[in-house]
Design a binder for this molecule. Structure first.
Ligand SMILES: Nc1ncnc2c1ncn2[C@@H]1O[C@H](COP(=O)(O)OP(=O)(O)OP(=O)(O)O)[C@@H](O)[C@H]1O
Ligand SMILES: [Mg+2]
Length: 406
């Protein structure tokens, strides 16, 4: 049985680490074998538990282990070989050396190794729950869009060599002139590829992975969380709950706070309405910083109450393909997306989707690959793209704005 993976993200300082730490502790207290991972180089997860954490998992409480992933070290181990080979490929392809040098430094590549660590834990059978304390939103989005982007890229760089076995690859090298990686390079490149491939599958499997968005009752924080929700959905990640943290407690009756309380109540309402039907988990502002196992346990208790923190807290799918009377419909949840923010295009077997500053080259499922795109519309936070029933010649549509009203 694969573990459940819970990712916590949100704007800087909203309480991601606190929430991730408290959630992991509550899972462990409930009997689940739990590991909590931090990808944030600032050692805040260790600070939250008030223990030392390093690159090896450490027991924090019964059933609960923690680890601070050293992405840099992980990358240096694996990447050197691949880089050398890629460099020769770029040179062969006529890319000038200076550009090749730049190209081989794929941005965010170090971070991919923290994702593959998540997968390794999720698959190894020793854990029921893997909790991930992510970096603030922008970095998390970059990180979570990487598997898709690199998958695309790898499919174009590796397809020939990847399928060629040791016996024929020297021959291939001679015939095409394409530098074939030596055994060591080929080995680490394909291991890297395989790790990456599984990561995407795991993180986009809604029964296994859920993302929880942490917010505070503040306008800008909520606005950012809405955009994050949209972009996460674009890449196929499911947000299953919103954590509203730092709500002013009812006990506070000091008139000085009256205005703040009214403001919080208003923001909480807009969070509930805006993110419906997602459940909103609430945590009040504590009298002091939430540090140490006892404080985190109390925090987790008030946050989840009777709810099992490891459960998937919502249903629905960020992406689905439905049969219709006239063909097929691809439905992608893009909550909060505006019509003007969305662009669509088709290139061979890929659907190119741009939402705001993010792009996805969605490789179409087999059932849709050879079908021409009909219409596209964006209504109620759902992008619907229809594909004709006739799997005839692929019509290549140019760039197209999503039609329909919001
Ligand atoms: N409900 C709360 N009541 C009181 N203090 C809180 C609450 N939630 C978080 N804190 C405190 O706020 C500080 C920041 O919280 P935390 O580190 O969890 O935020 P973060 O979102 O992980 O921040 P970063 O973006 O820097 O990673 C910590 O000192 C934490 O103890
Ligand atoms: Mg943090």
């Amino acid at each position: 049985m694969s573990a459940r993976v819970l990712l916590f993200t949100g704007k800087g300082g909203v309480g991601k680490t606190t929430t991730a730490a408290a959630t992991a502790l509550r899972c462990a207290d409930g009997g689940a074998r739990t590991i909590v991972l931090s990808t944030d180089p600032a050692h805040s997860l260790a600070d939250a538990y008030d223990v030392d954490l390093g690159d090896l998992a450490v027991e924090v409480a019964p059933n609960l282990w923690g680890q601070q992933i050293d992405t840099q070290a992980r990358m240096e181990d694996a990447w050197v070989d691949i880089q050398a080979w890629l460099y020769s490929v770029f040179e062969w392809a006529g890319v000038r050396a200076i550009e090749a040098e730049e190209l081989t430094v794929v941005p965010g590549l170090d971070e991919i190794f923290s994702l593959s660590d998540i997968k390794a834990y999720a698959d190894d059978g020793s854990w029921d729950v893997v909790v991930v304390d992510c970096a603030p939103t922008a970095e998390t989005l970059r990180l979570l869009s990487l598997p898709e982007v690199l998958h695309w890229y790898m499919n174009r760089v590796f397809p020939t060599t990847r399928k060629v076995n040791k016996v024929v690859s020297p021959l291939l090298g001679r015939v095409t002139g394409l530098p074939t990686p030596g055994d060591d390079v080929f080995g680490s490149a394909s291991r890297f590829y395989d790790r990456l491939d599984g990561v995407r599958e795991l993180l986009c499997d809604t029964t296994r992975t859920s993302v929880r968005l942490v917010v505070n009752p503040e306008r800008l924080v909520v606005a950012e969380a809405r955009r994050t929700h949209t972009y996460l959905s674009l890449f196929g990640y499911q947000v299953d709950a919103v954590v509203a943290n730092r709500l002013l407690p009812d006990e506070i009756t000091d008139p000085w706070f009256a205005e703040w309380k009214a403001r919080h109540a208003e923001h909480l309402r807009s969070i509930e309405e805006g993110f419906a039907p997602l459940p909103i988990l609430r945590a009040e502002l504590a009298g002091d910083e939430v540090v140490g196992v006892d404080a985190l346990r109390a925090f987790g208790e008030s946050l989840y109450g009777a709810v099992d923190p490891a459960e998937r807290l919502t249903d629905g799918e960020p992406l689905s393909v439905d049969r219709t009377s006239s063909g097929y419909e691809l439905v992608i949840d893009l909550p909060f997306a505006d019509r003007d923010d969305v662009d669509l295009g088709r290139r061979d077997d890929e659907l190119l989707i741009r939402v705001g500053g993010y792009r996805r080259a969605l490789v179409l499922p087999d059932s849709l690959k050879r079908r021409p795109v009909g219409a596209a519309s964006l209504r109620g936070g759902r992008l619907r793209v229809t594909f004709a029933g006739d799997a005839g010649a692929t019509a290549t549509v140019g760039r197209k704005r999503a039609g329909g009203r919001r």
